[in-house]
Design a protein around this ligand. Structure first.
Ligand SMILES: Cc1cc2nc3c(=O)[nH]c(=O)nc-3n(C[C@H](O)[C@H](O)[C@H](O)COP(=O)(O)OP(=O)(O)OC[C@H]3O[C@@H](n4cnc5c(N)ncnc54)[C@H](O)[C@@H]3O)c2cc1C
Length: 468
């Protein structure tokens, strides 16, 4: 290891091979996993990433790629052996080019998502990926996890927003797939192998991203309703009125909203009395505000008249729209403050969301009196963050010890609905073992064969995504 460290210092410079004060790199955002990195390596560009990976391969050093370290599944956290190197992409933060006519942006992996949104806006374009961690997550991490976020309804997941990739393979070769084409049927589309691969097949160093016309009009509202079934009806109704202009539809249980109000006391009470379910909605349009407002208003009036919603608050200024969004965006952090909870990031067909929720909630309440399911998420994508907080007053044993039992209750129902046990957060080290429970053996076997073909030494993010 000393020889490896000397070689990598010669390559990157002493300042970019960290071996002390590594706490920020050693623990994941949720504080659920803490590892012990051999070192943190901070290459400056693709050539340095390639040379670093070659050195690691020569010395048999395992690599854990790390972007903004906001992942939910411990994918960017090394194990406790002290033998794995964290490869931090933060210095690869250059914009290689923007082509407004082709509607593309070519950037390095370490660019922070929010800076890319701002760059697109400065060119009167939209880069639509948007999520609570956008101030610190990096586009490389977003691609490696195939992140979803709040505008999937209209623009798709990260996978749908990537046209080209540059990847350093586990042997240190640079695979240049940096094409800016919307059509290219020339064999297997290899970029899709790396999107969502969580650093297990190679290191993403750059990407060509899709841009869209910038929205110049926005409408945001928060609606109160009684059941997930009504939320589904509301979704259909809003889409009927607004078509593709309808961009976000976020469902929240009352427990989620109450938790935000508890830990962010400046959050206003939006309705006179609590309602079991609430929905945050947004519509956007590249054309005028008046036409959008008229469509939005008509849809909401229709929903009120049909009794689909009990009440609604419509933002009348940008500041109010931000305040409404803050309720949704602060749920993750409120849960962090609240302490132990068992998280699920599930998907079922959109039409099955009400049935799923109605089936699983009584099972949880029967198993744990007073349990607090904090259910929220992207109903328009059939994706719910179905997080189960410990019953009020629960002291011992540690609530996390209930994980297997709670997972079995929730995920077995997900499986019955033909759903996914990880909709947008990936698997990391948290959920890799669930592959064996909920994926067909042949599907897992094909994934192992791909991994073996690209990474025969098994040095790229070992034991993440695929179980040992
Ligand atoms: C408050 C909050 C809200 C969130 N909301 C959402 C949401 O709405 N939707 C959603 O999908 N996620 C959400 N997330 C999860 C997280 O932000 C995303 O998974 C994000 O895409 C991770 O990016 P990152 O740069 O932080 O990656 P990291 O956490 O650093 O890494 C994630 C995984 O990608 C790998 N990786 C990172 N960079 C590279 C690279 N360049 N090449 C190869 N592999 C790499 C790592 O090894 C790891 O396996 C949220 C997180 C927080 C904290």
């Amino acid at each position: 290891m000393n020889e490896f460290l000397a070689n990598v210092r010669a390559l990157l410079g002493d300042a970019h091979v960290l071996t002390a004060d590594l706490a920020a790199y050693a623990t994941d955002w949720r504080g659920k996993f803490t590892g012990q990195p051999l070192a943190v390596l901070r290459p400056a560009d693709t050539a340095q990433v390639a040379a670093t990976v070659k050195l690691c391969a020569a010395h048999g050093v395992a690599i854990v790629p790390q972007g903004g370290n906001t992942g939910m599944c411990g994918g960017a956290t090394p194990d406790g052996s002290g033998t794995q190197a964290v490869l931090s992409l933060g210095r690869l933060n250059r914009v290689r080019g923007i082509d407004p006519l082709n509607n593309t942006l070519t950037v390095e992996a370490g660019c922070v998502l929010r800076t890319l949104q701002a760059l697109a806006a400065a060119h009167d374009r939209l880069f639509p990926l948007s999520l609570g961690a956008e101030g610190s997550c990096q586009i490389g991490g977003n691609i490696a996890t195939n992140a979803g976020g709040v505008q999937v309804l209209r623009y798709g997941n990260t996978r749908d927003l990537v046209l080209g990739l540059e990847v350093v393979l586990p042997d240190g070769q640079v695979l240049n797939l940096l094409r800016a084409l919307r059509k290219d049927n020339t064999g297997y589309d290899l970029k899709h192998l790396f999107i969502g691969s969580e650093g297990t097949l190679g290191i993403i160093t750059a990407a060509v991203l899709k841009l869209f016309p910038a929205p110049h009009a926005n409408a945001v509202a928060f609606a109160a309703l009684q059941t997930p079934q009504q939320a589904l009806q509301l979704l259909g109704l809003m889409r009927g009125h607004l078509g593709d202009r309808f961009t976000a539809f976020e469902l929240m249980s009352q427990a989620s909203v109450a938790m935000v109000r508890e830990y962010f006391p400046a959050t206003p009470a939006l309705f006179a009395a609590p309602h079991p379910w609430q929905v945050l909605m947004q519509a956007s349009d590249a054309a005028g505000q008046e036409a959008l407002d008229a469509g939005f208003q008509a849809a909401l009036e229709d929903a009120l008249a049909q009794g689909v919603i009990d009440d609604v608050v419509v933002a009348t200024s940008e500041a109010q729209a931000h305040a409404l969004w803050a309720v949704r965006e602060n749920i993750s952090e409120a849960q962090q403050h609240d302490g132990s909870n068992i998280k699920h990031d599930i998907a079922v067909p959109v039409s099955s969301v009400p049935g799923f929720v109605e089936e699983v909630l009584p099972l949880l309440h029967a198993a744990y009196a007073g349990v607090r399911p904090v259910v929220y998420g992207h109903l328009g994508d059939g994706n719910l963050h179905f997080n189960v907080s410990r019953p009020a007053g629960w002291t011992t044993p540690d609530w996390q010890l209930q994980t297997d039992r709670v997972n079995a209750i929730v995920l077995d129902v997900v499986a019955r609905y033909g759903g996914s046990f990880s909709a947008e957060h990936g698997l990391g080290q948290l959920k890799a073992h669930e592959m064996l429970l909920y994926k067909a053996p042949l599907e897992v076997d094909v994934m192992r064969r791909i991994k073996q073909a690209l990474d025969p030494q098994g040095l790229m993010n070992p034991r993440k995504l695929l179980p040992a």
